[in-house]
Design a protein around this ligand. Structure first.
Ligand code: RIB
Ligand code: CA
Length: 315
């Protein structure tokens, strides 16, 4: 759990549903349950509208009724580049057909939904960001004192002591909107935890985990398990083993305190916002608000994520 989160903490999730986002959602529904009080979809792996629809359909599989709002489509500078179909499939869910949900997006934008949640929950509200930070950055523009009014933020993103995954220097969530990332990391959050590739690449699912995820499971866990076949296909050549890293679920588990931070860097993080090949690079900085950048966690994170995503409360 981050420095300030408590069992009473409620969560807003900002995602770009995608395959690892889907596992993070299943995990959060199984562990945080009704403490997951709102979801925004931002362009990243797929367009915001596609990620929002995927999220609605996944919630429908679980019979969960969490408000879902449309977040920002284009990054703060430039335009959405089409996402990562080679990683998550053109549909963002590995080509796994998902039945249409009975639920619809809320009329509010994701920034408006977040503003409502800040009014309702204040410092009980913790933001989990597992997508490019465009929507969170816009929220900082329009919600007065957002950073100091909420419990804090846990974000999946960055690569500090390891290579990037979208360029040799930069991780996808940061590089897809470097201006937004720099803005979010420069804000004075009560608590800011960054979960970078440095730790997420070391905690993985393998086929035995997704087989267990689907064993006698509900419709959501079964669908997420099927999606991982495409994720394994993407990662297997580079990893040399059929496995896939748990980027987003690990950030969610850290935010909930279900997985404990064992090693971290404390201090400011800077983002390269230039147009150079190093755009999106995250480096330690001498000045700026202090963040906790996670380098290692304790225990078997994959097992905890698997257990949380299988929780029987999901249909
Ligand atoms: O670099 C990994 C991150 O980018 C994850 O959040 C994944 O879903 C993609 O958004
Ligand atoms: Ca994501």
């Amino acid at each position: 759990m981050t420095d300030t989160a408590t069992p009473e903490t409620v969560f807003y999730l900002d995602c770009d549903t995608g395959i690892d986002d889907a596992l993070a959602l299943a995990y959060l529904l199984g562990t945080a349950g009704d403490r997951l009080v709102g979801i925004g979809a931002t362009s990243g792996n797929v367009a915001a509208a596609v990620g929002a629809e995927n999220t609605l359909r996944l919630l429908g599989l679980a019979g969960a009724t969490v408000p879902v709002a449309l977040g920002e489509h284009h990054p703060r500078r430039g335009s959405f580049d089409g996402g990562a179909p080679h990683v998550h499939g053109a549909d963002g869910v590995g080509g796994v057909p998902l039945p249409e949900s009975d639920s619809r997006l809320v009329a509010e934008s994701a920034v408006e939904l977040l503003a409502d949640l800040v009014e309702r929950f204040g410092e009980r509200l913790h933001i989990i960001a597992i997508a490019p930070l465009t929507t969170i950055s816009r929220a900082l523009d329009v919600i007065p004192d957002l950073a100091s009014r909420v419990d804090g933020i846990t974000l999946m993103g960055g690569a500090v002591t390891v290579p990037g995954n979208i360029t040799p220097h930069a991780e996808a969530n940061i590089a897809n909107d470097a201006q937004a990332a720099a803005h979010v990391l420069a804000a004075e959050w009560r608590s800011a935890t960054v979960v970078p590739l440095d730790v997420t690449m070391r905690h993985r699912f393998e086929p035995r985990d997704t087989a267990e995820l689907a064993r006698d499971a509900g419709a959501l866990a079964t669908a997420v398990s099927a999606m991982f076949e495409a994720y394994f296909d993407f990662y297997e050549p580079g990893l040399g083993v059929r496995a896939a890293p748990l980027h987003d679920p690990l950030a969610a588990a850290i935010a909930l305190g279900d997985v404990v931070i064992e090693q971290s860097l404390r201090g400011a993080l800077a983002v390269d916002t230039s147009d150079s090949p190093e755009r999106g690079r995250t480096t330690r900085a001498d000045t700026g608000p202090s963040t906790t950048t996670v380098l290692e966690v304790g225990g078997d994170a994959a097992e905890r994520i698997l257990r949380g995503a299988r929780t029987p409360r999901l249909r």
